[in-house]
Design a protein around this ligand. Structure first.
Ligand SMILES: CC(=O)N[C@H]1[C@@H](OP(=O)(O)OP(=O)(O)OC[C@H]2O[C@@H](n3ccc(=O)[nH]c3=O)[C@H](O)[C@@H]2O)O[C@H](CO)[C@@H](O)[C@@H]1O
Ligand SMILES: C=C(OP(=O)(O)O)C(=O)O
Length: 418
């Protein structure tokens, strides 16, 4: 298994180009199952999860061709099975379910893997599809959905805000007969990007970006072109990197309006922030880092996918910062690892109370999930000495060319193949 060796302390400074968003690219790729004409996608990040999704689409009969940064997906689907071997590493593979059952009346999708940050049930996906007329059984580790003819539009009230749940039901509704209303829908920018993509292919989705989506089913979608939006979590990770290392980093090709809650907290932490239409600069040179209280919640509130990075920020800022995680019940696995580096973080239920520490010191730490891994890399840049981050396959699921981008900013980070 690959690992990173990081020499600290070092300061991140310079410019970095942000990639397309993993969590928008994946549902959009699954959305191509809804149509049999060619779809041309650009700004798709080169990530392990994207490779896995493309393999999955190819295993279902689609042709995937990549040239000059554009992925063209075309051809006819000839299998309705998303097998365990491909989906076990990736949460987003549940997104094969809605499109397959809507288009072919059948889907066998292995229960998905992904970051082990909580139980992550899929009851809302299943219940919503049942309301649209699908018969669903969970058997041998697979969700097996069947419907005779088309799904039927339904009024679906989701009891919790679920990102992939909303995406799955929205994709199913696009080809259902009649109108579907999804209430308490997730408003995350990635859900919005998927909805715009589907409308580009001829879907009729209204209320995009609001908590009630109205979807009028159509008989078929057509091909088209779409560019995936920038990754707000990758952007936020580099900005926190600049903040904790006293650095000065400009993120290019990003979208400041998608990061409001994060930018507010970075300013509160003492950072100087400037933004333009597609860039954000964070300058922390000679400024004092202050702790900030954060509480994760669905968009537009503070994203859970930025929680681990802000835990590091609070661990190294002067004073006490409280981090409350309300989305996932097991998303503090970075805390014991950070404490091994000298952080003073106490866990109390769903709150991490981060006291300040004189200086983090390098240690061998274990990456346990995607954003936890990113937080350990950032901590390695702050720490005195050598930090070894083991099991970095998690980070490769979600950050494109991470060590190249960090090295170009002055981070002393090296991948050891293993
Ligand atoms: C591929 C992808 O886009 N992943 C993101 C997506 O994950 P994902 O879509 O899996 O997360 P959800 O929004 O569904 O989860 C939110 C909460 O709802 C619960 N829940 C969800 C579905 C369900 O059927 N039943 C249920 O109880 C979950 O356990 C969790 O406590 O949104 C999360 C929350 O912003 C992000 O951290 C992930 O990066
Ligand atoms: C939790 C994440 O990913 P996934 O849902 O794919 O596990 C993430 O992107 O932070």
């Amino acid at each position: 298994m690959d690992k990173f060796i990081i020499q600290g302390p070092c300061r991140l400074a310079g410019e970095v180009t942000i990639s397309g968003a993993k969590n928008a690219a994946l549902p959009i790729l699954f959305g191509t199952l809804l149509c049999d004409e060619a779809v041309h996608l650009s700004n798709v990040p080169k990530l392990k999860d994207v490779d896995t999704t493309l393999q999955l689409l190819a295993s279902m009969g689609l042709t995937v061709v990549e040239s000059d940064g554009v992925i063209v997906i075309s051809g006819a689907v000839n299998s309705h099975i998303a097998p365990y071997e491909l989906v076990r590493t990736m949460r987003a593979s549940i997104l094969a379910l809605g499109p397959l059952v809507a288009r072919f009346g059948k889907a066998d999708v292995s229960l998905p893997g992904g970051c082990a940050i909580g139980a992550r049930p899929v009851n809302l996906h299943i219940h919503g599809l049942e309301q649209m007329g699908a018969e669903i059984r969970v058997e041998d580790g697979y969700i097996k959905a069947r419907v005779d003819g088309r799904l039927k539009g339904a009024h679906i009230l989701m009891d919790m805000v679920s990102v992939t749940g909303t995406e799955n039901l929205m994709m199913a509704a696009v080809l259902a007969e009649g109108r579907t209303i999804i209430e308490n829908a997730a408003r995350e920018p990635e859900v919005v990007d998927l909805a715009h993509f589907l409308n580009t292919l001829g879907a009729k989705i209204q209320g995009i970006g609001q908590d009630t989506l109205i979807i009028d089913g159509v008989e078929a979608l057509h091909g088209g072109e779409y560019s995936v939006q920038p990754d707000r979590i990758e952007t936020g990770t580099f900005l926190v990197g600049a903040a904790v290392t006293g650095g000065d980093v400009t993120c290019r090709n990003t979208a400041p309006h998608l990061l409001e809650a994060v930018l507010v907290k970075l300013k509160e932490a003492g950072a100087e922030i400037e933004t333009g239409a597609d860039w954000i600069r964070l300058n922390m040179t000679d400024r004092v880092l202050k702790p900030v209280d954060i509480k994760t919640a669905p968009y537009p509130a503070f994203p859970t996918d930025m929680q681990a990075q802000f835990t590091v920020l609070n661990a190294v800022a002067k004073g006490v910062g409280r981090v409350t995680e309300t989305i996932f019940e097991n998303r503090f696995m970075h805390v014991p690892e950070l404490n091994r580096m000298g952080a003073r973080i106490e866990l109390n239920g769903n709150m991490a109370i981060c006291d300040d520490t004189e200086q983090l010191t390098g240690a061998t730490v274990m990456a346990t999930d995607l954003r936890a891994s990113a937080s350990l890399v950032l901590a390695g840049f702050v720490a005195e000495g050598t930090t070894t981050v083991d099991r970095i396959y998690h980070i490769d699921r979600g950050y494109e060319f991470i060590e190249d981008k960090l090295s170009a900013l002055g981070g002393k980070i090296e991948r050891i193949k293993g």
